[in-house]
Design a binder for this molecule. Structure first.
Ligand SMILES: [Zn+2]
Length: 99
């Protein structure tokens, strides 16, 4: 089932638990979509020893969002570029047919 916008989860080199006991990413963070075995920038999750965080959405780990970014030290620029910021670069949108 396709969702409205790009959804990516998070894979990271480390983990910690917040006060609620929720596992959150730490260290270097990549984007990962569930159902695949590699990050968006092409790293194999197992070989790169990245942990998966299917419950953490990509925007939550961006430092500017703050949500789950407390222990994030580095956001992979290639994954960030792959996901983009929705404000530019022609996302996949359907344009209304012209009359
Ligand atoms: Zn990456």
């Amino acid at each position: 089932m396709r969702t409205r916008k790009q959804t990516a989860a998070v894979a990271a080199s480390g983990t910690w638990k917040d006060p609620d006991g929720i596992r959150l990413p730490a260290g270097e963070v990549h984007a990962w979509t569930s159902g695949t075995n590699q990050t968006l920038c092409g790293l194999p999750l197992s070989r790169a020893r990245l942990l998966r965080f299917p419950h953490v959405a990509w925007p939550d780990i961006l430092p500017e969002s703050g949500g789950s970014a407390d222990q994030v030290q580095r956001v992979c620029p290639r994954c960030a570029a792959a996901l983009g910021h929705r404000r530019d670069d022609r996302p996949w949108t359907r344009t209304n047919p012209r009359p």
